[in-house]
Design a protein around this ligand. Structure first.
Ligand code: AMP
Length: 193
């Protein structure tokens, strides 16, 4: 199973990915997680990405395409993967098509979690509060200012990715405002449609 999960920040992509990982025994490939690991490890990519990520802007296409191009060739991704947070621009979606063609692979589905934008800021704030209550580390970009930039990036650069897949007849939309379990059921239904 090779899936792309689309949706704005706070739509629940991470939560639903984790459930799909458990169900299908395939890895979640989150470019955000990989970039945060690179920042933490102070690799050259991490050093380049840190300031961009802290602002809430998108890192250059070539950087994330390079990361994903290597990652999907790793052994644990041989039977499939869930792309979470990639592609985020039409150029990335086209680069993914090229990568998949070169590897002789195909996407099984592109699922978009549709959410009411007004709910997203509150969801982010909840995530911050829950993380703090657990004593965990709050993401540097989980603050109102960076979140606004992330939403703007989503509207201008990532929303066209939905149109790109819709145009190819590959997009399936799921109501991301429903309770978490109901969203999981809707994703399962979309996968069998
Ligand atoms: P996320 O964890 O998916 O919310 O990503 C956190 C941040 O990492 C984003 O705000 C971007 O700065 C960067 N990022 C993650 N994935 C991508 C991508 N596919 N293209 C560009 N930047 C990305």
């Amino acid at each position: 199973m090779r899936l792309v999960l689309l949706g704005p920040p706070g739509a629940g992509k991470g939560t639903q990915s984790a459930r799909l990982v458990a169900k299908y025994a395939i890895p979640q490939l989150s470019t955000g997680d990989m970039l945060r690991a690179a920042v933490e490890a102070r690799t050259p990519i991490g050093l380049e990405a840190k300031e961009i990520m802290d602002r809430g802007a998108l890192v250059p296409d070539a950087v994330v395409v390079g990361i994903i191009g290597q990652r999907i060739k790793e052994k644990d991704a041989a039977n499939g993967f869930i792309l979470d947070g990639f592609p985020r621009t039409v150029a990335q979606a086209q680069a993914l098509d090229d990568l998949l063609i070169r590897e002789g692979l195909k996407l099984d589905a592109v699922i978009e979690l549709s959410v009411d934008e007004n709910a997203l800021l509150a969801r982010m704030q909840n995530r911050v509060d829950e993380t703090r209550a657990r004593g965990g580390d709050v993401r540097a970009d989980d603050n109102p200012q960076a979140f606004k930039t992330r939403l703007d990036a989503y509207r201008t650069q990532t929303a066209p990715v939905s149109h790109y897949y819709a145009g190819k007849g590959e997009l399936k939309q799921v109501d991301g405002m429903a309770p978490v379990d109901a969203v999981s059921v809707a994703i399962e239904e979309a996968l069998t449609r």
